[in-house]
Design a protein around this ligand. Structure first.
Ligand code: APR
Length: 232
């Protein structure tokens, strides 16, 4: 019998204690910027330099951040389970903590994408992506991020993974943004789901256990519990 499959579904809250701001908490990013000014295709057409500056700021913070105990505990689950991390985050903290299978639903801040061919994706060397930085085809590079109003290309893959999970751990997401938030409803009814968040996030799903705690407090606890439980 292969190793049990676990899906860990994360949002900005899992990186909050690494110093990266969430979006909808008080002091969150959407209090300081308007989504329509920095995170939509229209914003990109209207003022690409502002959009690039917004993501340069995000990228500099990601490069300066370190994975926290929650990212590390999630990576440790790989000692016993086949772990697929499905994240809404654009940082690389899961990867840097050692997670081997990470699916970024909303893109990756360290990657740039051609505006001529969306399949053309390259790593950004250094903290900045500038007007005039061009792809191999000569077109302006854009952040490899899914903006509001754009399709979420990895959604089908993510749904398939969630449908095959035997356990699900949900960490640090307000479950506000669709289609990502809808993923939790694709888990098998038989799969126990644990949700870690300091806020009382309502998830009306039978078989859901809610741990009201920060990620660095709650995730190591549940990971420890799962790693030492006797074989079923
Ligand atoms: N530990 C765990 N969870 C935390 C912590 C923490 N230390 N601090 C905050 N949280 C929780 C909040 O209670 C909230 O439920 O993290 C969640 C953050 O929610 P959002 O800010 O809405 O972030 P997220 O759910 O990831 O947003 C989804 O929206 O703006 C878009 O594309 C963006 O991927 C993002 C998507």
């Amino acid at each position: 019998m292969g190793r049990e499959r676990i899906v860990v579904f994360t949002g900005a809250g899992v990186s909050a204690e690494s110093g990266l701001r969430t979006f909808r908490d008080s002091g969150g990013l959407w209090e300081q910027y308007r989504v329509e000014d920095v995170a939509t295709p229209e914003a990109w057409r209207r003022d690409p330099a502002l959009v690039l500056r917004f993501y340069d700021e995000r990228r500099a913070q990601v490069l300066a951040a370190q994975p926290n105990a929650a990212h590390v505990a999630i990576a440790r689950l790989q000692e016993r389970f086949n772990v697929m991390v499905i994240t809404q985050n654009i940082d690389d903290l899961h990867e840097r903590a050692g997670s081997k299978q990470v699916l970024h639903l909303h893109g990756e801040i360290l990657l740039a994408r051609s505006t001529a061919d969306p399949a053309l994706v390259t790593r950004i060397n250094g903290p900045s992506l500038r007007l005039g930085d061009r792809c191999a085809l000569g077109s302006q590079l854009r952040p490899h991020i899914v903006w509001f109003g754009e399709a979420v290309p990895m959604m089908e893959t993510a749904t398939d993974e969630m449908a095959r999970a035997s356990r699900v751990l949900v960490v640090g997401t307000s479950l506000n943004v669709y289609p990502a938030a809808g993923l939790v409803h694709h888990a098998p009814r038989s799969a126990p789901m644990v949700l870690v968040d300091p806020q009382a996030i309502g998830l009306n799903r039978a078989g859901t256990r809610f741990i009201q705690a920060s990620a660095t407090e709650g995730v190591p606890r549940i990971a420890e519990e799962w790693l030492i439980e006797p074989n079923a």
